[in-house]
Design a protein around this ligand. Structure first.
Ligand code: HEC
Length: 133
């Protein structure tokens, strides 16, 4: 009887241990949900270029309408070359349009703003002199 009692208490300890492990695992899972990991998104605006950064953003969001003067969707405004884009940099309307600040028609037309990082990259390129790099 004494041995059996001892074994039972060992089993009890084992059981309690397993229960603790089980609940600590649950607690850990819950903690993950309550405090979700902060996803750090960085926006690198240090090495923005016309040839890669700016054309990449414009191709993805703007050139469907502004690819050629023959494309009536773009209101005759062509933004797929440096030379044709530059006047809208100089008069501020490229930045105004993507900031959707009400100074010129908001771009992309009838759509929400492009993502903040893309806006920041274009603004950074403009602020660095909008060179044809
Ligand atoms: C669905 C077609 C469409 C898309 C996509 C589009 N545009 Fe336009 N955009 C237009 C039209 C049409 C006009 C002329 C609007 C007007 O004058 O009322 C225009 C005008 C402009 C102008 C001239 C604003 C001015 O008054 O000087 C700029 C700059 C411009 N767009 C930039 C962009 C940029 C940058 C994007 C992408 C982020 C973009 N557009 C996407 C159709 C579009």
């Amino acid at each position: 009887m004494g041995i059996l009692n001892k074994m039972q208490s060992k089993q009890k300890i084992l059981l309690v241990g397993m229960v603790l492990i089980f609940f600590s695992a649950c607690y850990y899972d819950k903690k993950d949900q309550v405090y979700p990991q902060v996803i750090v998104t960085t926006c690198d605006t240090t090495n923005v270029t016309y040839s890669t950064t700016v054309t990449g953003i414009l191709n993805a969001n703007c050139i469907s309408c502004h690819g050629s003067s023959a494309n009536s969707l773009g209101g005759g405004i062509v933004l797929n070359t440096y030379a044709t884009l530059k006047p809208y940099v100089t008069n501020g309307n490229l930045v105004n349009s993507i900031l959707q600040n009400g100074k010129v028609p908001s771009m992309p037309l009838n759509m929400p703003k492009i993502d903040d990082c893309s806006i920041n990259k274009i603004v950074a390129w403009v602020n660095k002199g909008a060179i044809n790099n």
